[in-house]
Design a protein around this ligand. Sequence first.
Ligand SMILES: [Zn+2]
Length: 420
Amino acid sequence: MADYLTGSMPVTERLYYSDSHLIEFEARVVDVTDRVSGWTAIVLNRTAFYPTGGGQPSDTGTLAGLRVVECIDDGDRGVLHVVQGVTPALDSIVRGRVDWPRRLDHMQQHTGQHILSQAFVTLFNAPTRGFRVLQTSCEIDVELAEPTTEQIERAVELANNVIWEDRAITIRNVTSSEAAELSLRKEPSREGELRLIEIDGFDLTPCGGTHAYRTGEIGVIVVRSWERAKGLTRIDFVAGTRALADYRKANGSAREVAALFSSGRDDIPPLAAQILEENKELHRRVRLLEEIAAEVEAQKLLSSAREIVPKGEPSAVAGGARLVTHVFDARDAESLKKLAQALIANPGTIALLASRDKDTARLVFARSADAAGDMNALMREACTMLDGRGGGRPDLAQGGGKQVARLDEIMQAMESRLVG
Ligand SMILES: [Zn+2]
């Protein structure tokens, strides 16, 4: 601990408070603490590194040639710079450098948030209750019940107008009693001296983050989507370089889809809607054709069906029943069931149908109303042997299992249960 040097807690002068564009600085090491598994936390007498807080992620960069992976706000103890490697000696002078692209990105998102939040207050008297900078986008939680697209677009338009007017952004330090006289967008979250961020003629709010010099630096702000969340509206937005990256991605996706349709990018929505409608219609026709095909297939199978005298209770059909046993390759359950239904529409018929896929066997056992046999009991037995599950009614049962290799053997066994 560095306390022995001065006899008091180390306090870091936060250079980012007065200059958000300062990225290179020199400072004295006032504390070095070993953290878990090879990580070290360095405290300096001054820093340009912004630590995680207020919805804004921390800066990264280098310190004495070491990579700074995160900065943590330790309150009165200062800012902890988390590094790995051979750390500088206590009291030495080190050089720090903040990663500018990351800082600029965070400033654009964060300052953009001030403007977008004020736009919702100005237009709809809807305050922001939460803010997060995520990996590729940002979120604000706004007190607005089910906004329309038009409302969202109006707020986006106002925010962009403020950006393009290139208004000055200044920092004002005031006492809490001075602050009480001012019209702030957000209640201060702490006592004592307050740092206010003023966007000329538009927004005044207490904040400890890093902000652009002028609104023009934010470039542009866009809302990507919104949803209801915990009684608020959660708005997903991006500003500055993130908006450009998002535009590239969205444009790329849209052009890829347009290429599939051999159409212009902006003509996709009606074309996609039309394809979906056609697809629905085709499904309807396929189902109809499947039924017709099942009837034709049923007749073919019946012509070579085995005439049997069922076991157990005498069949209601004079002279026994017709038994159709067949194992198909890769046939889905629905199609198998349709075929079984087409078969048992004929009197005195029992159908034991199966399908074999790579690692799954499917079964449908059915009988016509006038034929004998408990298909449910038969199915349960077959599924136990198949290491699977199944069941149904006495006249129609479905199931399946994993023992595909045993399927033929099991089907023969089931057949023998029925034949007298
Ligand atoms: Zn701020």
